[in-house]
Design a protein around this ligand. Structure first.
Ligand SMILES: Cc1ncc(COP(=O)(O)O)c(C=O)c1O
Ligand SMILES: Nc1c(O)cccc1C(=O)CC(N)C(=O)O
Length: 411
Protein backbone atom coordinates (compact mmCIF):
# COMPACT_ATOMS: atom_id res chain seq x y z
CA UNK A 1 0.00 0.00 0.00
CA UNK A 2 1.38 3.40 -0.93
CA UNK A 3 2.17 5.78 1.87
CA UNK A 4 2.67 8.73 -0.46
CA UNK A 5 -0.47 10.47 0.79
CA UNK A 6 0.97 10.93 4.25
CA UNK A 7 3.62 13.64 4.37
CA UNK A 8 6.72 12.02 5.94
CA UNK A 9 7.72 15.04 8.04
CA UNK A 10 4.24 15.40 9.54
CA UNK A 11 4.13 11.69 10.19
CA UNK A 12 7.40 11.54 12.09
CA UNK A 13 6.54 14.68 14.08
CA UNK A 14 3.10 13.37 15.08
CA UNK A 15 4.42 9.88 15.82
CA UNK A 16 7.00 11.44 18.14
CA UNK A 17 4.29 13.53 19.82
CA UNK A 18 2.21 10.38 20.31
CA UNK A 19 5.13 8.64 22.04
CA UNK A 20 5.59 11.64 24.33
CA UNK A 21 1.87 11.86 25.15
CA UNK A 22 1.77 8.14 25.95
CA UNK A 23 4.85 8.44 28.14
CA UNK A 24 3.20 11.27 30.11
CA UNK A 25 -0.25 9.64 30.31
CA UNK A 26 -1.25 9.00 33.92
CA UNK A 27 -3.87 6.47 32.80
CA UNK A 28 -1.55 4.48 30.53
CA UNK A 29 -1.16 1.55 32.92
CA UNK A 30 -4.93 0.91 32.89
CA UNK A 31 -4.60 -0.71 29.48
CA UNK A 32 -3.03 -3.66 31.29
CA UNK A 33 -6.39 -4.31 32.95
CA UNK A 34 -7.83 -5.36 29.56
CA UNK A 35 -7.35 -8.26 27.18
CA UNK A 36 -5.91 -6.53 24.14
CA UNK A 37 -3.50 -8.14 21.73
CA UNK A 38 -0.60 -5.78 21.19
CA UNK A 39 -0.04 -6.88 17.58
CA UNK A 40 -3.63 -7.06 16.57
CA UNK A 41 -4.19 -3.45 15.61
CA UNK A 42 -6.11 -0.48 16.91
CA UNK A 43 -9.48 -0.86 18.60
CA UNK A 44 -11.60 2.27 18.21
CA UNK A 45 -15.01 0.67 18.64
CA UNK A 46 -15.41 0.82 22.40
CA UNK A 47 -18.38 3.13 21.80
CA UNK A 48 -20.17 0.06 20.47
CA UNK A 49 -18.63 -2.82 22.43
CA UNK A 50 -15.98 -2.18 25.09
CA UNK A 51 -12.95 -4.46 25.32
CA UNK A 52 -12.82 -7.38 27.75
CA UNK A 53 -11.46 -6.55 31.22
CA UNK A 54 -8.85 -9.16 32.16
CA UNK A 55 -10.50 -10.14 35.45
CA UNK A 56 -13.86 -11.06 33.91
CA UNK A 57 -13.17 -14.61 32.60
CA UNK A 58 -12.04 -15.96 35.98
CA UNK A 59 -14.95 -14.27 37.76
CA UNK A 60 -17.44 -15.76 35.36
CA UNK A 61 -15.80 -19.16 35.73
CA UNK A 62 -16.26 -18.88 39.50
CA UNK A 63 -19.87 -17.75 39.16
CA UNK A 64 -20.61 -20.68 36.88
CA UNK A 65 -18.57 -23.43 38.54
CA UNK A 66 -18.88 -22.59 42.23
CA UNK A 67 -21.83 -20.23 42.69
CA UNK A 68 -24.11 -22.00 40.24
CA UNK A 69 -22.46 -25.44 40.01
CA UNK A 70 -21.92 -26.02 43.73
CA UNK A 71 -24.05 -23.59 45.72
CA UNK A 72 -26.91 -23.63 43.24
CA UNK A 73 -30.10 -22.08 44.72
CA UNK A 74 -28.24 -20.93 47.86
CA UNK A 75 -26.38 -18.40 45.74
CA UNK A 76 -29.38 -16.11 45.54
CA UNK A 77 -28.51 -15.22 49.11
CA UNK A 78 -25.02 -16.51 49.84
CA UNK A 79 -23.46 -15.19 46.62
CA UNK A 80 -25.48 -11.99 46.70
CA UNK A 81 -27.37 -12.70 43.48
CA UNK A 82 -30.67 -11.26 44.72
CA UNK A 83 -29.27 -7.86 45.58
CA UNK A 84 -26.91 -7.61 42.60
CA UNK A 85 -29.06 -5.13 40.58
CA UNK A 86 -28.79 -2.50 43.33
CA UNK A 87 -25.22 -3.37 44.30
CA UNK A 88 -23.96 -3.07 40.72
CA UNK A 89 -26.02 0.11 40.36
CA UNK A 90 -24.11 1.58 43.29
CA UNK A 91 -20.85 0.75 41.48
CA UNK A 92 -21.98 2.69 38.42
CA UNK A 93 -23.31 5.58 40.51
CA UNK A 94 -20.04 7.50 41.10
CA UNK A 95 -19.21 7.31 37.40
CA UNK A 96 -22.40 9.21 36.52
CA UNK A 97 -22.38 11.51 39.55
CA UNK A 98 -25.09 9.80 41.58
CA UNK A 99 -25.19 9.09 45.29
CA UNK A 100 -25.89 5.46 46.21
CA UNK A 101 -29.40 4.03 46.21
CA UNK A 102 -30.61 5.55 42.95
CA UNK A 103 -29.54 3.12 40.24
CA UNK A 104 -30.74 -0.39 39.44
CA UNK A 105 -29.18 -2.56 36.76
CA UNK A 106 -31.16 -4.91 34.56
CA UNK A 107 -32.98 -5.33 31.26
CA UNK A 108 -31.87 -3.54 28.09
CA UNK A 109 -31.65 0.20 27.51
CA UNK A 110 -34.77 -0.02 25.36
CA UNK A 111 -36.77 -1.58 28.21
CA UNK A 112 -35.50 1.02 30.66
CA UNK A 113 -36.40 3.83 28.28
CA UNK A 114 -39.92 2.42 28.28
CA UNK A 115 -40.13 2.24 32.09
CA UNK A 116 -38.69 5.72 32.59
CA UNK A 117 -40.75 7.42 29.91
CA UNK A 118 -44.08 5.99 31.04
CA UNK A 119 -43.21 6.85 34.65
CA UNK A 120 -42.32 10.40 33.54
CA UNK A 121 -45.67 10.89 31.79
CA UNK A 122 -47.50 9.52 34.83
CA UNK A 123 -45.67 11.91 37.17
CA UNK A 124 -46.29 14.93 34.92
CA UNK A 125 -50.01 14.14 34.90
CA UNK A 126 -50.03 13.66 38.66
CA UNK A 127 -48.45 17.11 38.97
CA UNK A 128 -50.47 19.01 36.37
CA UNK A 129 -53.35 16.87 35.11
CA UNK A 130 -54.16 15.12 31.86
CA UNK A 131 -53.54 18.25 29.78
CA UNK A 132 -49.94 17.05 29.68
CA UNK A 133 -50.35 15.13 26.44
CA UNK A 134 -47.15 15.56 24.49
CA UNK A 135 -43.82 13.74 24.50
CA UNK A 136 -40.81 15.40 22.91
CA UNK A 137 -38.19 13.05 21.54
CA UNK A 138 -34.73 13.76 20.18
CA UNK A 139 -35.24 13.64 16.41
CA UNK A 140 -31.61 12.61 15.93
CA UNK A 141 -31.81 9.77 18.42
CA UNK A 142 -30.55 6.23 18.13
CA UNK A 143 -33.64 4.60 16.61
CA UNK A 144 -34.66 2.38 19.50
CA UNK A 145 -35.46 5.42 21.68
CA UNK A 146 -37.70 6.84 18.97
CA UNK A 147 -39.52 3.54 18.50
CA UNK A 148 -40.11 3.14 22.22
CA UNK A 149 -41.21 6.75 22.61
CA UNK A 150 -43.72 6.20 19.81
CA UNK A 151 -45.18 3.23 21.61
CA UNK A 152 -45.27 5.09 24.95
CA UNK A 153 -47.10 7.94 23.23
CA UNK A 154 -49.74 5.56 21.87
CA UNK A 155 -50.13 3.79 25.20
CA UNK A 156 -50.50 7.01 27.17
CA UNK A 157 -52.56 8.91 24.60
CA UNK A 158 -49.82 11.48 24.05
CA UNK A 159 -48.72 13.10 20.82
CA UNK A 160 -45.10 12.38 19.88
CA UNK A 161 -43.11 15.35 18.67
CA UNK A 162 -39.61 14.78 17.31
CA UNK A 163 -37.35 17.82 17.77
CA UNK A 164 -33.60 18.31 17.81
CA UNK A 165 -32.12 18.89 21.27
CA UNK A 166 -31.44 22.52 20.30
CA UNK A 167 -35.14 22.98 19.53
CA UNK A 168 -36.30 21.57 22.87
CA UNK A 169 -36.44 24.87 24.83
CA UNK A 170 -38.64 26.43 22.14
CA UNK A 171 -40.87 23.37 21.86
CA UNK A 172 -41.68 23.05 25.57
CA UNK A 173 -45.18 24.07 26.60
CA UNK A 174 -47.87 23.45 29.17
CA UNK A 175 -48.68 20.33 27.15
CA UNK A 176 -45.26 18.74 27.54
CA UNK A 177 -45.25 15.69 29.79
CA UNK A 178 -41.83 14.21 29.10
CA UNK A 179 -38.72 14.76 26.99
CA UNK A 180 -36.42 11.92 25.90
CA UNK A 181 -32.92 13.13 25.17
CA UNK A 182 -29.49 11.72 24.39
CA UNK A 183 -26.51 13.05 26.27
CA UNK A 184 -24.16 12.25 23.38
CA UNK A 185 -25.43 11.72 19.83
CA UNK A 186 -24.56 8.19 18.67
CA UNK A 187 -23.81 9.28 15.12
CA UNK A 188 -22.02 12.62 15.35
CA UNK A 189 -20.55 12.36 18.85
CA UNK A 190 -22.12 15.72 19.76
CA UNK A 191 -22.44 16.29 23.52
CA UNK A 192 -25.66 18.01 24.49
CA UNK A 193 -26.01 20.48 27.33
CA UNK A 194 -27.55 18.31 30.02
CA UNK A 195 -27.66 20.92 32.80
CA UNK A 196 -29.44 23.62 30.80
CA UNK A 197 -31.81 21.27 28.95
CA UNK A 198 -32.78 19.55 32.20
CA UNK A 199 -33.45 22.93 33.82
CA UNK A 200 -35.57 24.05 30.87
CA UNK A 201 -37.64 20.86 30.90
CA UNK A 202 -38.21 21.14 34.64
CA UNK A 203 -39.12 24.81 34.38
CA UNK A 204 -41.87 23.76 31.96
CA UNK A 205 -43.21 21.33 34.58
CA UNK A 206 -42.16 18.28 32.57
CA UNK A 207 -39.72 15.43 33.17
CA UNK A 208 -36.56 14.75 31.20
CA UNK A 209 -35.36 11.21 30.58
CA UNK A 210 -31.70 11.13 29.61
CA UNK A 211 -30.13 8.32 27.56
CA UNK A 212 -26.53 8.11 28.73
CA UNK A 213 -25.41 5.22 26.50
CA UNK A 214 -22.62 7.29 24.94
CA UNK A 215 -21.56 9.25 28.00
CA UNK A 216 -21.56 6.81 30.92
CA UNK A 217 -17.92 5.92 31.52
CA UNK A 218 -16.70 8.47 28.99
CA UNK A 219 -17.26 11.78 30.77
CA UNK A 220 -18.69 13.21 34.00
CA UNK A 221 -22.48 13.31 33.85
CA UNK A 222 -23.33 14.90 37.20
CA UNK A 223 -26.82 13.41 37.55
CA UNK A 224 -27.35 14.56 41.16
CA UNK A 225 -25.61 17.88 40.66
CA UNK A 226 -27.86 18.82 37.76
CA UNK A 227 -31.08 17.58 39.31
CA UNK A 228 -31.78 14.99 36.61
CA UNK A 229 -34.93 13.01 37.46
CA UNK A 230 -34.65 9.91 35.31
CA UNK A 231 -31.84 8.47 33.22
CA UNK A 232 -30.93 5.22 31.50
CA UNK A 233 -27.81 3.87 29.86
CA UNK A 234 -26.13 0.77 28.55
CA UNK A 235 -23.08 -0.86 30.09
CA UNK A 236 -21.48 -2.58 27.11
CA UNK A 237 -19.80 0.51 25.65
CA UNK A 238 -17.53 2.62 27.89
CA UNK A 239 -18.37 0.51 30.96
CA UNK A 240 -17.05 -2.63 29.23
CA UNK A 241 -19.71 -4.98 30.61
CA UNK A 242 -19.72 -7.30 27.59
CA UNK A 243 -22.12 -8.05 24.75
CA UNK A 244 -25.69 -7.54 25.87
CA UNK A 245 -24.71 -6.66 29.44
CA UNK A 246 -27.65 -5.23 31.38
CA UNK A 247 -28.55 -1.57 31.22
CA UNK A 248 -29.08 0.81 34.14
CA UNK A 249 -31.94 2.99 35.32
CA UNK A 250 -31.46 6.04 37.55
CA UNK A 251 -34.41 7.27 39.60
CA UNK A 252 -33.64 10.37 41.65
CA UNK A 253 -34.12 9.77 45.37
CA UNK A 254 -37.07 12.11 45.86
CA UNK A 255 -38.94 10.66 42.88
CA UNK A 256 -38.62 7.05 43.91
CA UNK A 257 -41.87 6.79 45.83
CA UNK A 258 -43.67 8.34 42.85
CA UNK A 259 -42.09 6.04 40.28
CA UNK A 260 -45.04 4.06 38.95
CA UNK A 261 -43.47 1.36 36.79
CA UNK A 262 -45.37 0.19 33.72
CA UNK A 263 -43.61 -3.17 34.19
CA UNK A 264 -44.29 -3.98 37.85
CA UNK A 265 -42.74 -7.44 37.91
CA UNK A 266 -42.37 -9.45 41.08
CA UNK A 267 -38.72 -8.43 41.53
CA UNK A 268 -39.93 -4.90 42.23
CA UNK A 269 -42.49 -6.01 44.82
CA UNK A 270 -42.10 -4.90 48.43
CA UNK A 271 -42.37 -8.54 49.49
CA UNK A 272 -41.37 -10.62 46.47
CA UNK A 273 -41.47 -13.93 48.29
CA UNK A 274 -44.80 -13.10 49.91
CA UNK A 275 -46.35 -14.17 46.59
CA UNK A 276 -49.18 -11.73 47.17
CA UNK A 277 -52.05 -11.18 44.74
CA UNK A 278 -51.83 -7.45 45.09
CA UNK A 279 -48.88 -5.47 43.82
CA UNK A 280 -47.11 -3.25 46.32
CA UNK A 281 -43.95 -1.55 45.05
CA UNK A 282 -40.66 -1.91 46.90
CA UNK A 283 -39.05 1.11 48.49
CA UNK A 284 -36.37 2.96 46.60
CA UNK A 285 -34.82 2.53 43.18
CA UNK A 286 -35.44 -1.18 43.20
CA UNK A 287 -38.99 -0.53 42.14
CA UNK A 288 -37.32 -0.13 38.72
CA UNK A 289 -36.59 -3.88 38.69
CA UNK A 290 -38.86 -6.20 36.71
CA UNK A 291 -38.19 -9.95 36.64
CA UNK A 292 -35.30 -12.29 37.44
CA UNK A 293 -32.04 -10.63 36.40
CA UNK A 294 -29.59 -12.31 34.01
CA UNK A 295 -27.07 -13.13 36.71
CA UNK A 296 -24.20 -14.22 34.47
CA UNK A 297 -24.06 -10.98 32.53
CA UNK A 298 -24.83 -8.91 35.61
CA UNK A 299 -21.89 -10.41 37.49
CA UNK A 300 -19.62 -10.12 34.45
CA UNK A 301 -20.47 -6.42 34.53
CA UNK A 302 -19.75 -6.24 38.25
CA UNK A 303 -16.28 -7.65 37.64
CA UNK A 304 -15.77 -5.33 34.66
CA UNK A 305 -16.51 -2.30 36.83
CA UNK A 306 -13.53 -3.16 39.04
CA UNK A 307 -11.24 -1.71 36.38
CA UNK A 308 -12.48 1.69 37.56
CA UNK A 309 -10.91 1.24 40.99
CA UNK A 310 -9.06 4.50 41.74
CA UNK A 311 -9.85 6.04 38.33
CA UNK A 312 -11.43 9.50 38.51
CA UNK A 313 -13.92 10.12 35.70
CA UNK A 314 -12.50 13.65 35.36
CA UNK A 315 -9.11 12.18 34.39
CA UNK A 316 -10.85 9.94 31.87
CA UNK A 317 -12.58 12.97 30.36
CA UNK A 318 -9.31 14.91 30.12
CA UNK A 319 -7.65 12.03 28.27
CA UNK A 320 -10.69 11.51 26.07
CA UNK A 321 -10.54 15.12 24.88
CA UNK A 322 -6.80 14.89 24.35
CA UNK A 323 -7.28 11.72 22.28
CA UNK A 324 -10.02 13.16 20.09
CA UNK A 325 -8.12 16.46 19.69
CA UNK A 326 -5.04 14.53 18.63
CA UNK A 327 -7.03 12.37 16.20
CA UNK A 328 -8.57 15.44 14.56
CA UNK A 329 -5.11 16.98 14.30
CA UNK A 330 -3.61 13.84 12.74
CA UNK A 331 -6.52 13.53 10.30
CA UNK A 332 -6.07 17.16 9.27
CA UNK A 333 -2.36 16.60 8.74
CA UNK A 334 -2.57 13.28 6.89
CA UNK A 335 -5.85 13.10 5.00
CA UNK A 336 -6.06 15.01 1.71
CA UNK A 337 -8.16 18.15 2.16
CA UNK A 338 -11.85 17.71 1.40
CA UNK A 339 -11.73 13.89 1.46
CA UNK A 340 -13.57 13.64 4.82
CA UNK A 341 -15.72 16.06 6.80
CA UNK A 342 -15.84 15.87 10.58
CA UNK A 343 -19.35 15.83 12.04
CA UNK A 344 -17.98 16.02 15.56
CA UNK A 345 -17.92 19.47 17.16
CA UNK A 346 -14.54 21.07 17.72
CA UNK A 347 -15.62 22.73 20.99
CA UNK A 348 -14.81 20.51 23.96
CA UNK A 349 -18.09 21.27 25.70
CA UNK A 350 -19.93 19.88 22.68
CA UNK A 351 -17.88 16.74 22.13
CA UNK A 352 -18.35 13.24 23.51
CA UNK A 353 -15.66 10.57 23.20
CA UNK A 354 -15.94 9.73 19.53
CA UNK A 355 -15.10 11.29 16.20
CA UNK A 356 -17.44 10.87 13.24
CA UNK A 357 -16.07 11.51 9.77
CA UNK A 358 -18.33 11.74 6.77
CA UNK A 359 -17.12 10.45 3.44
CA UNK A 360 -19.22 9.22 0.53
CA UNK A 361 -17.68 5.73 0.38
CA UNK A 362 -17.59 5.23 4.15
CA UNK A 363 -18.84 1.62 4.05
CA UNK A 364 -16.02 0.50 1.75
CA UNK A 365 -13.45 2.60 3.57
CA UNK A 366 -14.33 1.05 6.93
CA UNK A 367 -14.03 -2.46 5.47
CA UNK A 368 -10.54 -1.62 4.24
CA UNK A 369 -9.59 -0.02 7.55
CA UNK A 370 -10.69 -3.09 9.46
CA UNK A 371 -8.72 -5.30 7.07
CA UNK A 372 -5.67 -3.22 8.00
CA UNK A 373 -6.29 -3.58 11.72
CA UNK A 374 -8.02 -0.29 12.49
CA UNK A 375 -11.42 -1.14 13.91
CA UNK A 376 -14.04 1.58 13.98
CA UNK A 377 -17.54 1.28 12.59
CA UNK A 378 -19.72 2.47 9.77
CA UNK A 379 -23.09 4.12 10.26
CA UNK A 380 -25.29 4.50 7.23
CA UNK A 381 -25.25 6.21 4.90
CA UNK A 382 -21.81 7.80 4.98
CA UNK A 383 -20.30 7.99 8.47
CA UNK A 384 -17.03 6.52 9.75
CA UNK A 385 -17.22 6.33 13.56
CA UNK A 386 -14.19 6.12 15.82
CA UNK A 387 -14.68 5.67 19.56
CA UNK A 388 -11.93 6.57 22.03
CA UNK A 389 -11.97 4.67 25.31
CA UNK A 390 -9.41 6.44 27.49
CA UNK A 391 -8.89 3.38 29.70
CA UNK A 392 -7.13 1.50 26.93
CA UNK A 393 -6.63 3.65 23.80
CA UNK A 394 -3.12 5.07 23.38
CA UNK A 395 -2.02 8.18 21.53
CA UNK A 396 0.12 5.93 19.31
CA UNK A 397 -3.09 4.10 18.33
CA UNK A 398 -4.65 7.41 17.39
CA UNK A 399 -1.74 8.44 15.18
CA UNK A 400 -1.66 5.03 13.53
CA UNK A 401 -5.42 5.04 12.90
CA UNK A 402 -5.25 8.45 11.21
CA UNK A 403 -2.25 7.38 9.12
CA UNK A 404 -3.92 4.15 7.97
CA UNK A 405 -7.09 6.12 7.23
CA UNK A 406 -5.16 8.54 5.05
CA UNK A 407 -3.44 5.68 3.23
CA UNK A 408 -6.76 3.92 2.74
CA UNK A 409 -8.46 7.02 1.41
CA UNK A 410 -5.56 7.73 -0.91
CA UNK A 411 -5.29 4.22 -2.31
C1 LIG B 1 -28.28 6.01 22.46
C2 LIG B 1 -28.59 4.55 22.47
N1 LIG B 1 -29.67 4.10 23.12
C3 LIG B 1 -29.96 2.76 23.14
C4 LIG B 1 -29.14 1.85 22.53
C5 LIG B 1 -29.44 0.40 22.51
O1 LIG B 1 -30.32 -0.05 23.42
P1 LIG B 1 -30.36 -1.55 23.87
O2 LIG B 1 -29.41 -1.68 25.04
O3 LIG B 1 -31.76 -1.77 24.24
O4 LIG B 1 -29.92 -2.41 22.72
C6 LIG B 1 -27.98 2.29 21.86
C7 LIG B 1 -27.06 1.37 21.19
O5 LIG B 1 -27.07 0.20 21.20
C8 LIG B 1 -27.73 3.67 21.84
O6 LIG B 1 -26.65 4.10 21.19
N1 LIG C 1 -25.77 -2.16 20.78
C1 LIG C 1 -25.23 -2.79 19.72
C2 LIG C 1 -25.40 -4.18 19.57
O1 LIG C 1 -26.12 -4.86 20.50
C3 LIG C 1 -24.85 -4.85 18.48
C4 LIG C 1 -24.10 -4.12 17.58
C5 LIG C 1 -23.91 -2.77 17.70
C6 LIG C 1 -24.51 -2.09 18.75
C7 LIG C 1 -24.36 -0.64 18.86
O2 LIG C 1 -23.41 -0.15 19.35
C8 LIG C 1 -25.40 0.21 18.35
C9 LIG C 1 -25.20 1.54 18.91
N2 LIG C 1 -25.59 1.83 20.21
C10 LIG C 1 -24.58 2.64 18.16
O3 LIG C 1 -24.06 3.53 18.82
O4 LIG C 1 -24.57 2.62 16.97
Amino acid sequence: MSESHVPASASSELAARARKLDAEDGLAALRGRFVLDEDEGVYLDGNSLGALPANVPDRIADVVRRQWGELRIRSWEESGWWTAPERVGDRIAPLVGAAPGQIVVGDSTSVNVFKALVAAVRMAREDHGDGRDEILVDATTFPTDGYIAGSVARLTGCALRPVTPAEVPGALSSRTAAVLLNHVDYRTGRLHDLPSLTAAVHAAGAYAVWDLCHSAGALPVGLDEHGVGLAVGCTYKYLNGGPGSPAFLYIRQDLQDRFDSPLPGWNSHADPFGMKDVYEPAEGALRGRVGTPGILSLLALEAALEVWEGVPIEAVRAKSLALTDFFLECVAAYVPAGRVESLTPVAHEERGSQVALRCPDAGEVMKRLIARGVVGDFRRPDVLRFGFTPLYVRFADVERAARVLAETLGS
